[in-house]
Write a protein that binds this ligand. Structure first.
Ligand code: GDP
Ligand code: MG
Length: 597
């Protein structure tokens, strides 16, 4: 036990976590030297493309220090706010963390969020300034920020370049000397914390665990505290960095366990496992992941329903946080209602669906869960605009509607303080304003989740010339004056395109919407009327006069090949169309585009 160190790496996105992890794996000869762009720890294609770590990847390294061999378990945490629960449990698995900060950018929103999570877990924090090779690096300034903001002593900080390797050699000795070894004993009852899980086509669900007491080996029968399900262990091992089986995992270690588990939804991050018949107390801090964003998903081509369903089921096998339910829309037909942790989670899912299956899919505007209190004393949660009370039901049956809010932390150069306050003060509640230094400021606001999802980050970025960073955490529910905005095409309501909006914004949103639609609906042989309405009241209207779009009109019958080319082009354009009633509309109208990243 005294030769084990469990440590996680936390950082704001892009500050160099994956690059550093790879460098450490090389230093300990866990992997051979890699090319510049082949990061080992960011395995998934989307992760490599976006340069973000979506799933935490942990690995074990052997390292000799002063003649003794140590095992260092390095836990790479997801860098994005949607995956906060995973970050917390990665932290709980260790006794220390490397707090990595880009020496050119300084402290950012997720640096602050991650620092406080690590601080709350009582971890030994080792500050590491990265990218000191950059000409723009200002290590002195960043050390000052660390001292002012977190009361971290600058002498404890290491300065490195994960890219060139400069200074990286000092990290492993620092981990061994400063981070305490794990506690717990092999003589206790077996008890482990579930940190992560993934799906393997041959082995089923694989659990990544930190053992807090006792041992576990092949053939053991284990059970989950939170689900009560029982499993038989067929393999245990270390991530070195790929799965390497061992005879047993002992207290203090981080490794994987293969149970006979078929569905990812049974693996709940933060859950405790124990030997059947030898119950233990649950490890603290467990919370079931709950979706905060819901969308409708429909195949563009209804013949693709089965194939798309297989793709969605396959992807959700590997992502325990997605919820999937069948849903039917009168306008778009059979589809699904999907729940996600946040907008990044959703956009990563959209990317994977496209990448791995090439599926063309309509994703409707995200909706957050609203809590409804009815006059008869009952409560409900609604996350689908088509189930939202209409104006009549609203006034007769609904007492109160509440919407989820988040506490958003923003950090940016103080030059932009005026414009950010202007963006936020009308609708949001200010909680905190702190100067991190003479030129950087931190603001905290309470913001409705729905507005955050809509494109708050984009607006914040443009108010600060791209300099602001954002982090948020759930902050409960507040009363909300919201209603359903419906979209009608030739008098027919398109249920899948309805959305829930604040009363004060209904007219503006309605106008924006019909305008956008007008540009995307094909001209027909008859007039097309597009309306946005709240209940029976039309708040915006556009019409498209009858005229067939004749793409060959300009050719004067002359050039035949050009005529063919244009006709084919029109056909291709049609491919991405979906008919609603007797009107063809473009996929673009229906598909929500992520505004968060
Ligand atoms: P992560 O999001 O924290 O995992 O960050 P990555 O490790 O993916 O790094 C983000 C970007 O910063 C990549 O383009 C890296 O090549 C680059 N980077 C990482 N470390 C350094 C460094 O020490 N110096 C320089 N110049 N660039 C670095
Ligand atoms: Mg990364």
């Amino acid at each position: 036990m005294s030769r084990i160190r469990n440590i996680s790496v936390i950082a704001h996105i892009d500050h160099g976590k994956s690059t550093l992890s790879d460098r450490l794996l090389e230093l300990t000869n866990t992997i051979a030297t890699l090319g510049v762009h082949k990061q080992f720890l960011d395995k998934l294609k989307v992760e490599q493309e976006r340069g973000i770590t979506v799933k935490a990847v942990t690995c074990s390294m052997r390292y000799k220090h002063k003649g003794e061999e140590y095992m260092i378990n390095l836990i790479d945490t997801p860098g994005h706010v949607d995956f906060r629960a995973e970050v917390i449990h990665s932290l709980k698995a260790g006794n220390g963390c490397l707090l990595l900060i880009d020496a050119a950018q300084g402290i950012q929103a997720q640096t602050v969020a991650n620092f406080y999570l690590a601080f709350a877990e009582n971890l030994k924090i080792i500050p590491v300034l990265n990218k000191i090779d950059l000409p723009a690096a200002e290590p002195g300034k960043v050390l000052e920020q660390l001292e002012q903001t977190f009361e971290l002593d600058p002498v404890d900080a290491l300065a490195i370049s994960a890219k060139t390797g400069l200074g990286v050699g000092a990290i492993l000795p620092a981990i061994i000397e400063r981070v305490p070894p794990p506690t717990g004993s092999v003589d206790e009852n077996f008890k482990c914390l579930l940190i992560d899980s993934w799906y393997d086509n041959y082995k089923g669900v694989i659990l990544l665990v930190r053992v807090f007491g006792g041992t576990v080996q092949r053939g053991d029968r284990i059970s989950s505290v939170h689900t009560g399900h029982k499993y038989e262990v067929s393999e245990v091992g270390l991530m070195h960095p790929d799965q390497s089986p061992v005879n047993r995992l002992c207290a203090g270690m981080v490794g994987y366990v293969v149970p006979s588990m078929k569905r990812s939804s049974e693996s709940k991050i933060g859950d405790t496992f124990y030997h059947v018949g030898k119950p233990v107390q649950a490890l603290p801090g467990f919370e079931d992941a709950k979706p905060m964003i819901y969308v409708g998903a429909f195949p563009l081509d209804t013949k693709e329903f089965k194939r798309l369903e297989d793709s969605i089921n396959n992807l959700s096998l590997n992502d325990r946080s997605i919820t999937v339910h069948r849903d039917t829309s009168t306008a778009l037909g059979q589809g699904w209602r999907l729940g996600f942790l946040g907008s990044l989670h959703l956009s990563v899912f959209q990317d994977r669906l496209k990448d791995e299956y090439g599926a063309e899919v309509i994703i409707t505007t995200p909706t957050v869960p609203y809590q409804i209190e009815y006059r008869d004393g009952t409560f409900g949660t609604i996350s689908n605009p088509s189930e939202f009370p209409d104006v009549v039901t609203h006034s007769s049956k609904v007492l109160d509607i509440r919407e989820p809010v988040v506490e958003a932390t923003m950090i940016f150069p103080s030059d932009y303080l005026g414009s950010v306050i202007e963006l936020c003060e009308a609708c949001f509640l200010l909680k905190e304003q702190t100067f991190l230094s003479s030129s950087r400021v931190l603001l905290k606001y309470i913001i409705p989740l729905a507005q955050l999802v809509e494109d708050f980050f984009g607006k914040l970025k443009s108010s600060t010339k791209g300099y602001a960073t954002l982090d948020y955490e759930e902050a409960g529910y507040i009363p909300a004056d919201v209603l359903r905005l419906s979209l009608l095409i030739n008098g027919k309501s398109v249920d899948a395109l309805a959305s829930i909006v604040h009363r004060s914004q209904a007219e503006r949103r309605g106008r924006e919407w019909v305008k956008k639609m007008r540009g995307l609906v094909d001209r027909q042989l008859y007039e097309v009327v597009i309306q946005a309405a709240v209940g029976n009241k039309v708040v915006a209207r556009e019409s498209i006069s009858a005229k067939r779009k004749d793409v060959t009109a300009k050719c004067y019958g002359g050039d035949v090949s050009r005529k063919m080319k244009l006709l084919n082009k029109q056909k291709e354009g049609k491919k991405r169309m979906r008919s609603i009633g007797n009107v063809q509309i473009s996929q673009e109208v229906c598909t929500w585009k992520p505004g968060f990243l």
